[in-house]
Design a protein around this ligand. Structure first.
Ligand code: ACO
Length: 152
């Protein structure tokens, strides 16, 4: 298994990125300013994440594992890889945002040392055309989490 940056001109793994973010339009806005990383297994892309740097912090804008590989520890590996890259970039912190209804994601990120720092109120109901439901909860707000680098 290797994790590498997608090269300029290479295909973007939209099928994966759309698992984490149903808006192709929003995906395009952040991949234009960020870097896409992919995990490959025997020449197949099975997971991806996107980093966008803003001064001394970097945000994981999208993180996704192919459905048939979920629940096997790959999400944790991707988060650790992002932390290592952000540290190597000289960033002081790394952040990630997820929906108020994304219970498993909130569990995973906090288990990996991210702490809740704020809420972008009504982010999903404002920016997405169709309502998003997870765990029978309407996804309205984005919960922001941050991990200070060099701490864990
Ligand atoms: N329900 C309950 N617990 C879960 C679930 C789930 N659906 N998924 C993962 N977990 C738990 C695991 O049990 C594990 O817990 P443990 O550390 O106690 O053993 C922990 O979370 C880590 O699990 P991984 O196997 O590393 O996670 P996975 O490889 O499935 O990746 C991810 C997690 C990226 C969320 C993946 O499930 C996925 O692609 N989901 C669809 C897309 C998505 O929701 N992306 C995140 C949106 S937010 C954003 O992109 C910024």
């Amino acid at each position: 298994m290797t994790i590498r940056k997608v090269a300029a001109g290479e295909d973007i793994p939209y099928d994966l990125l759309l698992l984490a973010d149903p808006s192709r339009e929003l995906i395009n806005t952040y991949i234009n300013v960020g870097e896409v990383y992919v995990m490959e297994l025997e020449n197949n892309i099975i997971a991806a994440y996107v980093l966008v740097r803003n001064d001394t912090t970097v945000e994981i804008k999208n993180i996704a594992v192919r459905v048939d590989y979920q629940g096997q520890g790959i999400g944790k590996l991707l988060l650790n890889d992002a932390v290592q890259r952000a540290t190597a970039m000289g960033c002081k912190s790394i952040c990630i945002g997820t929906g108020n209804s994304s219970i498993a994601q909130l569990y995973l990120y906090q288990r990996q040392g991210f702490e809740i720092t704020g809420i972008r109120k009504d982010f999903f109901t404002t920016n997405y055309k169709d309502p998003i439901y997870e765990n029978d909860i309407l996804c309205k707000h984005m919960i922001m989490l941050e991990r200070k680098l060099g701490e864990i």
